[in-house]
Design a protein around this ligand. Structure first.
Ligand code: KIV
Ligand code: ZN
Length: 506
């Protein structure tokens, strides 16, 4: 029998507490709608008493969203609960999430109180919230470090007072997975009436254990998990929604199902990351740039033979089109051939060997080889068949130096060399080429473009030249832009008919 696990998303409350990640109401509605599409059961939309902006967002999200329950956070304070109830006025399904600290630290140092007084305040808050809504969730803040016996007393009392969901937060991310699981188990074994409420986990990631603790909580009976997209949240963050959902989807033997449409995970992750200006670390499980990228030759070969050799999740299941075979200096011929085929280049084995050698040289200079680079490499190999080839290029340039270039061209098997100065290294190289070909070729347009970003990038050059009233275009790309410019110029020259070059006029 399958058991439903409720997904409570707190991206817009705990996630939004991250400095610099604040969203305006319109952006929050956008995220809330995306969470609804994703299939989350409960959206914690904010902490209405904390600011008029938060109040307004909870109210507008309540209007905009149809299916998920909208939840508003409060302290165990009547005024907070009044404001939360007001903010939830338009929600079709509503929940008030109230609570108080139960650890020794919170009871004594934060709240300057006693365990009995805290228990009374907890019960009073739940009863007060029940006047407004049926669905009341109670959180025992810092439950992770709370004494289990006392925690059980509080939980029993608030369930009796009408709490429908009990949140056991590991507020400081202190627990180890077995410890957190045992805490949930302890509550199931020692709280009368525990089956009248849903037990929820809310784990922080200070020791990198949020997902493990959450899973351990579920394996011990919790049926709601409080999570955020990309695991964002206070300090080291909260449990990542995508990790928990995919863990249960991957481990079918656990019989835990969620309502999440996993194919929307990646899209939602990108939306949250972009709106919150919060980049996702490349190696982040499920949604990181490298989560389905294979770069070593052995892994690439394995994945190309059968994806499951090195992947436990089909990238399509989380909304990523396909695994990426990242071409690096460690890639093999199989990976290069695969990419060439995707790009529409069908080349025979010998040519492939040749392209592969060029590819390795480029990969040593450039960390990550893109499709443009590959196209350029194939183009370069085709250059072998050209009439005018660049055989040698040397440039001297620098501060207080006159840029000089020496070029040697191979024209139909014959070698010609020239040296020229110019107002820059590219100008010097082009002048040297012109000196060899002795043509009145006019450079009309010259465009250099970085293909991606970064100083290791390939520069793409487009040149438009005029000769004898005709226009010729030349293209080339190289990590060295002087090389790329010279090659682009030669590309244009090669498009002129052979009898036009080299030796007619001065
Ligand atoms: O981490 C925590 O304890 C919380 C509560 C307010 C639920 O975020
Ligand atoms: Zn929290």
């Amino acid at each position: 029998m399958e058991d439903k696990l409720y997904i409570f998303d707190t991206t817009l409350r705990d996630g939004e507490q991250v400095p610099g990640c604040q969203l305006n109401t319109i952006e929050k509605i956008q995220v809330a709608k995306a969470l609804e599409e994703l299939g989350v059961d409960i959206i914690e939309a904010g902490f209405p008493i904390s600011s008029p902006g938060d109040f307004n967002s909870v109210r507008e999200i309540s209007k905009a969203v149809t299916w998920p329950t909208i939840c508003a956070l409060t302290r165990a304070v009547e005024k907070d609960i009044d404001v939360a109830a007001d903010a939830l006025m338009y929600a079709k399904r509503k929940r008030i999430h109230t609570g108080i600290g139960t650890s020794y630290y919170h009871v004594h140092y934060k709240l300057n109180s006693t365990p009995d007084e805290i228990l009374q305040r907890a019960v009073a808050a739940v009863k007060y919230a029940k006047k407004y809504v049926e669905d009341v969730e109670f959180y025992a803040e810092d439950a992770g470090r709370s004494d289990n016996e006392y925690l059980a007393r509080v939980v029993e009392a608030v369930i009796k007072a009408g709490a429908t969901v009990i949140n056991i937060p590991d507020t400081t991310g202190y627990c180890l997975p077995h410890e957190f699981g045992e805490k949930i188990k302890y509550l199931f074994e020692h709280v009368n009436g525990i089956h009248n409420a849903i037990i929820s986990t809310h784990c922080h990631n200070d020791l990198g254990m949020a997902t493990a603790n959450t899973i351990s909580g579920v394996l011990n009976g919790a049926r709601q998990v409080e999570v955020t997209i990309n695991g964002i949240g206070e300090r080291a963050g909260n449990t990542a929604l995508e990790e928990v959902v995919m863990a249960f989807k991957s481990h079918k033997e656990l019989n835990i199902v969620t309502n999440i449409n996993t194919k929307k995970i990646y899209k939602t992750s990108r939306l949250v990351s972009n709106l919150m200006n919060m980049p996702v670390q490349p190696n982040k499980a499920i949604v990181g740039r490298n989560a389905f990228a294979h770069s070593s030759g052995i892994h690439q070969d394995g994945v190309l033979k059968n994806r499951e050799n090195y992947e436990i999740i089909d990238p399509k299941d989380v909304g990523i089109n396909e695994s990426s075979i990242v071409l690096t200096a460690r890639s093999g011929r199989a990976a290069l051939k695969h990419r060439l085929e995707i790009l529409g280049f069908k080349i025979e084995k010998e040519k492939l060997d040749q392209v592969y050698q060029e590819f390795l040289k480029l990969a040593d200079r450039k960390k990550d080889i893109k499709d443009d680079d590959i196209a350029m490499l194939v183009g370069d190999i085709r250059k072998e068949d050209r009439r005018i080839k660049l055989d040698y290029l040397q440039v001297v340039t620098g501060k207080n130096l006159v840029p000089m270039a020496t070029v040697r061209l191979n024209i139909a098997g014959e070698k010609f060399t020239a040296t020229e100065s110019g107002n820059g290294p590219v100008d010097a190289a082009i002048k040297a080429v012109k000196q060899i070909i002795r043509r009145k070729v006019i450079l009309e347009e010259f465009l250099i473009q970085a293909i991606t970003r970064g100083s290791d990038d390939v520069g793409k050059v487009h040149m438009q030249v005029e000769y004898g009233g005709q226009i010729f275009h030349g293209f080339a790309a190289n990590t060295d832009i002087i090389m790329a410019s010279t090659e682009a110029f030669l590309d244009a020259l090669n498009k002129m008919s052979p009898q036009d070059t080299p030796e007619d006029e001065e």
